[in-house]
Design a protein around this ligand. Structure first.
Ligand SMILES: [Zn+2]
Length: 227
């Protein structure tokens, strides 16, 4: 082997190494790029009730009336408020969100649950099987729910375009770092994707208070949850 051949061989080896490293870097960059595709607005989902139309009429004598729109398109805060009555305590002035649903559902924090004296599980919205009930009262009506109280599991609403940008799909679970005074990593955050959604992460009041949430707080997706 002469010097020329040795040099060629060396150059080839070095080139191959450079190309391999460049490709690897590109790969990891593409991956991390997907996971850090920008900040996500974080909103507190305070205690509230969703009502069936029948329950709305029983409580308010009419269908739910919009007071102001919420961040998710089509959703609104209704003009009605209810009192939650549990075995140990009550909570007044609880928001009722619309539009009405097939089945009534009440979303509260673990702290609220302690005050009311009930023990709801952490669930995704709509999953109310074998959950505790509560009594709802307005100035003019009363409704007893046999089931339907949950602590809403944290989740991210993503428009289809956002999901593509993040490289995520409906029902993916991700870990999110809350960029707050007391930063916190929340694991197992469910991603919901729909053309009807606007990008926002929803956490409850306990999660918000413990992390030092304030208006304008954002979250960063740091990876897929291990499950
Ligand atoms: Zn939500």
């Amino acid at each position: 082997m002469n010097n020329q051949a040795l040099n060629e061989q060396t150059v080839r080896t070095i080139l191959a190494d450079v190309v391999r490293k460049a490709l690897a870097a590109q790969g990891s960059q593409a991956c991390s790029g997907q996971m850090h595709a920008g900040p996500i607005p974080v909103e507190i989902s305070a205690r509230h009730a969703h009502l069936s139309n029948d329950d709305a009429i029983a409580l308010f004598g009419e269908a739910l009336r919009p007071e102001r729109p919420l961040s998710q398109p089509g959703q609104f805060l209704s003009s009605g408020r209810v009192r939650l009555i549990g075995p140990k305590g009550v909570m007044d002035n609880v928001a009722v969100l619309g539009p009405s649903r097939g089945v009534s559902q009440v979303e509260i924090s673990k702290t609220d649950a302690r005050i009311l004296g009930i023990n709801p599980p952490v669930r995704q919205s709509g999953d109310t099987k074998e959950t505790p009930g509560v009594i709802l009262a307005s100035a003019t009506g009363i409704v007893g729910l046999e089931t339907g109280v949950i602590v809403a599991a944290r989740h991210i609403h993503m428009h289809t375009d956002d999901a593509r940008r993040f490289g995520l799909h409906d029902k993916d679970m991700v870990d999110v770092r809350l960029e707050t005074e007391r930063p916190m990593i929340l694991e197992n955050v469910l991603v919901r994707v729909s053309d009807d959604f606007k990008l926002a992460m929803h956490i409850d009041a306990d999660e918000g208070n413990s992390s030092g949430w304030k208006p304008g707080t954002t979250g960063t997706i740091i990876g897929h949850s291990r499950g």
